[in-house]
Ligand binder design. Structure first.
Ligand SMILES: C[S@@+](CC[C@H](N)C(=O)[O-])C[C@H]1O[C@@H](n2cnc3c(N)ncnc32)[C@H](O)[C@@H]1O
Length: 347
């Protein structure tokens, strides 16, 4: 039987949150059909259970919330939002207490106040299902109203991303710190884009002080990592010990001569030739040699994710016989550096 779900995505980047959602759905082998793809909101239909949908949120970094879809309708005014709510069967709320939480995405529905929508929809639900009750502090169910583009989306919230976890793991809270490290949230995103499944062998061959491995380990992956600099690889080990993570392999090695023989997923952040070291070598050569080497290690039909500075053309470094380019995303780092995140699939 088909069920319909909504996903609320982070608005911090235009393409990456949707890319992460697609990647996790694929990694978790969830077959689905997109009903509607809107700004920060995606609606899908699938035979998978709510428990499976909750798992997506548990491993995500930019997919903020998921829930059961009750309905979606074209709407522009409060009246139209109310009419949409009238078309929904609210009998599932019989004898239950609920709270309505509305969210306007970006500048959409600027003439409508979220708090007003919450009150109005709450009152409408009470009139349609009089045995239900409003409880704002401890509701059994949260009714979600998402307002994006010219649509109102109604759902029952299932799960929300725990964003505090990323702050708790901030790189400066670990015993060994180095400025090249990416935030836990972005590290988690990189790992997810390589579409690993629990138990998979994951590799980061430019691991620095181990930020990607920490996120990969938390996803239940078997982790291998290497790094050229002794001091950093020792620092990575110190960080893994701090979390009591039993990382399968941590060694000092050149990513253009990878010491590992196979991997189900690779995600890595090579040097950009600026703040992080290249030990005198050109970034383009390092990445090209790394990708050639990695093509022998990553299994067929599996994914490799890496970043490049915008000054290097990905097509100049990707061995196209070995890899299919799945997608690339630009992420501004600062005024003079944009990071290009590239997702490849081994042919
Ligand atoms: C952008 S940093 C990676 C940061 C990492 N994601 C972390 O969490 O710390 C790039 C790393 O690549 C390392 N590196 C540079 N050339 C390398 C090579 N040929 N092989 C392996 N590592 C290399 C640098 O020492 C640096 O630590």
């Amino acid at each position: 039987m088909y069920s319909r779900y909504y996903f609320l995505l982070s608005g911090e980047h235009e393409t990456l949150p949707k890319a992460e959602l697609r990647a996790i759905l694929e990694a978790e082998k969830i077959e689905y059909h997109v009903i509607k793809d809107m700004d920060q909101v995606v609606l899908i239909e699938t035979t998978n259970s709510p428990e499976k949908i909750v798992k997506i949120i548990k491993r995500a970094s930019m997919v903020k919330e998921a829930g059961i879809l009750l309905g979606f309708h074209e709407a522009e005014s409060l009246d139209q939002i109310r009419n949409s709510a009238r078309n929904i069967d609210w009998s599932f709320l019989a004898n239950k207490c609920f709270a309505v939480r509305a969210k306007r995405i970006k500048e959409y529905f600027s003439q409508v106040k979220s708090s007003f929508v919450e009150r109005e929809i709450g009152a409408l639900i009470l009139s349609k299902e009089p045995s239900s009750k409003v409880n704002l502090s401890n509701p059994e169910l949260i009714i979600r109203v998402l307002l994006t583009e010219n649509y109102s989306v109604f759902g029952v919230k299932l799960a929300e991303l725990d964003t505090k976890q990323f702050l708790q793991r901030k790189p400066r809270s670990r015993p060994f710190f180095h400025p090249g490290v990416l935030s836990p949230k972005i590290s988690r995103l990189f790992v997810n884009l390589s579409r690993p499944r629990k138990g998979d062998l994951f590799l980061d061959p430019f691991c620095g002080i181990g930020g990607f491995i920490i996120e990969a380990y938390l996803l239940g992956l078997k982790c291998l990592c290497s790094e050229l600099r002794w001091d950093l690889i020792r620092g990575a080990k110190q960080n893994f010990d701090f979390y009591k993570f039993n990382v399968l392999g941590v060694i000092q090695a050149d990513a253009t001569k990878i010491p590992w023989i196979k991997a189900d997923a690779i995600s890595t952040d090579p040097p950009y030739g600026r703040s992080t070291t290249t030990l005198g070598r050109n970034v383009k050569d390092i990445v090209r040699d790394f990708l050639n080497e990695a093509s022998d290690i990553i299994k067929k039909n599996k994914y490799l994710v890496f970043a490049l500075p915008h000054t290097v053309d990905p097509f100049e470094v990707i061995p196209s016989k070995a890899f299919e380019l799945v997608e690339k995303h630009s992420m501004r780092v600062h005024k003079s550096l944009t990071r290009i995140i590239v997702v490849l699939k081994r042919r």
